[in-house]
Ligand binder design. Structure first.
Ligand code: HEM
Length: 217
């Protein structure tokens, strides 16, 4: 805890914490996409997978607590770094300010919308809110029935798109700002960053698309 507080006090330390918590959330998101793909193997596979996660409640709640802590650290770090950058920027660098603000604002607005999506998603598929046919434990039916209205599937498609953009910007920005990749190496790795971010977004989007197309019913 002491080490964490010491890291938090310096800008580089806070950047490292934002990047590390982002990476943790990234890894979890990849596991979530893999879990979602069990939906394509039918109700028994999807419901069985969800049930297997609940069989070890201790581990499930430890992962949930870790995720929540990482999310809080990530958002608090981003907000605090943005405030520090605004305070430190010389007034005469108006153009640089405008350019960096557009990228940073896109990332912040996108991040806030993504957070709003996650809250809606948890209420919808775990809480059963705004979901007339919800039955706890029937994950396959809850997903397929819940995403059948086009407007709901559109929200999930938008969530997948937002996540893809956020992953891309986040991975790119943290590798650059922490100096993990020197300029030339970063440019060479950009297509790989685009590819993995797009693969995760497509993995998430595949579910609402399959429900809308009638492949999952
Ligand atoms: C777009 C397609 C998505 C589908 C079809 C989907 C589906 C699901 C399902 C079926 C569950 C588990 C419900 C249960 O266990 O009863 C779940 C949980 C969850 N999802 Fe998603 N999800 C999607 C996107 C996302 C995205 C983009 C995020 C975050 C960036 C996300 C974050 C979560 C979280 C935090 C949980 C709770 C996990 C837990 O139980 O601890 N989901 N999702």
């Amino acid at each position: 805890m002491d080490g964490l507080a010491r890291l938090w006090r310096s800008t580089v330390g806070r950047k490292a914490l934002v990047a590390a918590s982002g990476l943790l959330l990234w890894l979890w998101v990849v596991l979530h996409v893999a879990g979602n793909l069990t939906l394509f193997s039918g109700p028994a596979a999807a419901d069985g997978y969800a049930a297997s996660l609940r069989r070890t409640p201790g581990a499930l709640w430890a992962v949930r607590a870790g995720l929540a802590a990482a999310a809080v650290l990530h958002v608090a770090g981003v907000v605090s770094l943005a405030r520090a950058a605004r305070a430190a920027r010389p007034r005469h660098q108006a153009q640089a300010r405008r350019a960096s603000t557009v990228a940073a604002r896109t990332m912040r607005v996108g991040g806030a919308l993504l957070l709003a999506f996650v809250v809606y998603h948890l209420l919808h598929l775990i809480g059963g809110f705004f979901h007339p046919g919800f039955h706890p434990g029937h994950v396959y039916d809850n997903v397929v029935g819940g995403l059948r209205p086009t407007w709901v599937a559109s929200i999930y498609l938008a969530g997948a798109g937002l996540l893809g953009l956020h992953l891309f910007h986040g991975l790119w920005a943290s590798a650059r700002s922490l100096g993990i990749w020197p300029d030339r190496a970063a440019r060479r790795r950009r297509p790989a960053v685009v590819l993995v971010s797009a693969a995760v977004a497509l993995g998430f989007a595949s579910v609402p698309i399959a429900v809308l197309a009638g492949w999952l019913r």
